[in-house]
Design a binder for this molecule. Structure first.
Ligand SMILES: Nc1ncnc2c1ncn2[C@@H]1O[C@H](COP(=O)(O)OP(=O)(O)OP(=O)(O)O)[C@@H](O)[C@H]1O
Ligand SMILES: [Mg+2]
Length: 341
């Protein structure tokens, strides 16, 4: 392969934007990746840099280099629209001539992951701190003398126990999520009877719904085909959806779980007549830690991970998950997975 061909191929194929500016800051050259990230109508050659780059930070640096006509290479980070770039500015002196080369790497994805990680750590710490503060407060009060009264002792221990349970649930949910995300917990699909899974999970919630004054029922047709799925994981899905349906439905309401066959899939609907979800929140309820009413969910012992787990498991089945809801009327959470032929 000839050198020319090599030097043609590199800038064309690399995933870094490259642009060369002359001593007046007008474009001499831009590679395809740059043009894709900074589209310019009618060709870039000869156009001043300010016409295709908006970042003040970058324009200032470029301006300083052009004024000095020299200096050391510089690395900066800029945002352009909703994307982030790491930019290396390289001054080039060739006898009396001066030009600048810019190399731009798109770091939007790295930034996004960084933000998610930061938010995640902040969320987990916050969620652990709240119950921990209570445990500490109550145990200190007991040690300071309150334990001498048996009634107080019993009551405070109950609070401590409740908060400890919350913390251990949070850790369990986090572990499930992290195993699902790192693919350590794999979805092993085999033919399963979803109808039986629906009825048995509903049975498991009978006491809870009766105690709360909610009618709970299951509707499964006799001829429901088997579905391809991982029974244990789908049981977790059912438990999380039913737990929510009952938790977010006031006394006197009802929860119905139904299963049905549709075109090559088996679909399960969990329908409640509960408080519903406002339209502005609905697209976010599957995010980790997202709760419409943080204080209320926390009071009910929730951490906001239930639906994130549901989403992961259904995704792992290549299934579909959806929600429809109207505040004050109720919600329908549905999922579907492949039916057995
Ligand atoms: N059936 C429902 N009716 C009304 N709101 C719901 C329903 N299901 C979920 N939500 C809303 O979505 C939020 C997220 O649900 P998710 O199951 O992830 O968390 P949680 O129930 O608060 O806590 P956890 O499941 O960890 O105990 C809830 O806090 C609630 O605001
Ligand atoms: Mg939940």
């Amino acid at each position: 392969m000839g050198k020319n061909l090599i030097f043609e191929t590199i800038p064309r194929e690399m995933h870094t934007g490259v642009v060369a500016l002359d001593k007046n800051g007008c474009a001499l050259y831009a590679n395809p990746f740059f043009l894709k990230s900074f589209p310019v109508d009618g060709g870039i050659e000869g156009r001043p840099v300010a016409e295709f780059v908006k970042s003040e930070r970058l324009l200032q640096s470029v301006g300083a280099f052009l004024e000095k006509k020299g200096g050391k290479s510089e690395d900066i980070e800029i945002s352009e629209g909703n994307r982030f770039f790491s930019v290396r500015i390289v001054p080039i002196k060739d006898k009396a001539d001066f030009s600048l080369m810019l190399f731009l790497q798109d770091i939007t994805e790295e930034k996004r992951v960084e933000t998610i990680k930061r938010d995640f750590v902040a969320n987990v710490s916050h969620e652990l701190r709240t119950p921990l503060a209570s445990i500490k407060g109550y145990s200190e009060t007991l040690l300071d003398g309150a334990m001498d009264d048996r009634e107080t002792l019993r009551e405070f221990l109950r609070v401590i126990d409740r908060h400890a349970t919350r913390m251990s649930r949070l850790i369990d949910d986090l572990l499930i999520l992290s195993r699902l995300e790192s693919h350590q917990m794999t979805i092993v699909s085999s033919p399963i009877d979803l109808g039986e899974l629906v009825t048995s999970t509903v049975k498991g919630f009978e006491k809870q719904s009766r105690d709360k004054g909610i009618t709970l029922s299951a509707a499964v047709p006799d001829d429901l085909p088997k579905a391809l799925g991982d029974r244990d994981r789908l049981e977790q899905v059912m438990v999380n959806l039913l737990d929510n349906a009952i938790k977010y439905t006031p006394s006197g309401g009802s929860v119905i779980v139904s299963a049905a066959r549709e075109d090559g899939i088996v679909r399960v609907d969990v329908v409640d007549t509960g408080i519903g979800i406002p339209a502005a929140d609905i697209s976010r309820v599957f995010e980790r830690f997202y709760r419409v009413d943080k204080a209320r969910s926390r009071e009910l012992g929730g951490t906001g991970l239930g639906l994130a787990i549901v989403k992961h498991i259904i995704q792992g089945h290549n299934g579909k998950l959806s929600v429809e809801s109207a505040p004050g009327k109720g919600s329908v959470f549905s999922f579907s997975i492949e039916a057995c032929k």
